[in-house]
Ligand binder design. Structure first.
Ligand code: FES
Length: 168
């Protein structure tokens, strides 16, 4: 027997324990690999919609001739949107207002707590039914709790139609 060998190296019990430890480490590493190969794709599949970028889409709302100067019109349209892994068709309402030389598109979602405002043609203003917020006919907040004007969507006039842009 080699005199330089330590007691641990020569003791058959300690060699047995070292082999057991080594096998434990190897089995642990294999288990981690198996778990990662199953859980990784599941997480990737579930989180994929979060990484999708929204894209801008132009929607033709109406004939340009159908809205005169100073007029405000309520327009409803449908839009296919991607909701997770589903494509669903949703209905939206906006207001178009024609000024002297432009058309603006006003979103009816109240900037206070999100109720839908209604346009009062005879008073030339939008009124929120929830807490009485009032906006002028361009969507600027005038009284009540709304902290800011109604949101606007980009508008273009092309081919005789009024188009608005939405993120889908
Ligand atoms: S939600 Fe419109 S005033 Fe409160």
């Amino acid at each position: 027997m080699d005199r330089n060998m330590s007691h641990e190296e020569t003791n058959p019990d300690s060699i047995q324990i070292s082999r057991r430890k080594m096998m434990g480490v190897v089995v642990g590493v294999i288990n981690l690999g198996l778990i990662a190969s199953v859980v990784g794709p599941v997480i990737g599949f579930a989180a994929a919609p979060l990484g999708q970028k929204r894209k801008q889409q132009w929607i033709a709302l109406m004939d340009e001739k159908l809205i005169g100067p100073g007029e405000v019109k309520e327009v409803t349209y449908s839009l296919k949107i991607v909701d997770g892994y589903h494509e669903v068709e949703q209905m939206y309402t906006v207001y178009l207002r024609r000024g002297t030389d432009d058309v603006i598109c006003i979103d009816p979602t109240c900037t206070h707590l999100g109720c839908r405002v209604k346009y009062q043609t005879e008073h030339h203003k939008f009124v929120c039914p929830c807490h009485g917020g009032v906006f002028d006919d361009e969507g600027n907040n005038k009284s009540g709790p709304p902290p800011k004007p109604l949101e606007r969507h980009p508008v273009k006039i092309e081919g005789g139609k009024v188009w608005i842009s939405r993120d889908v």
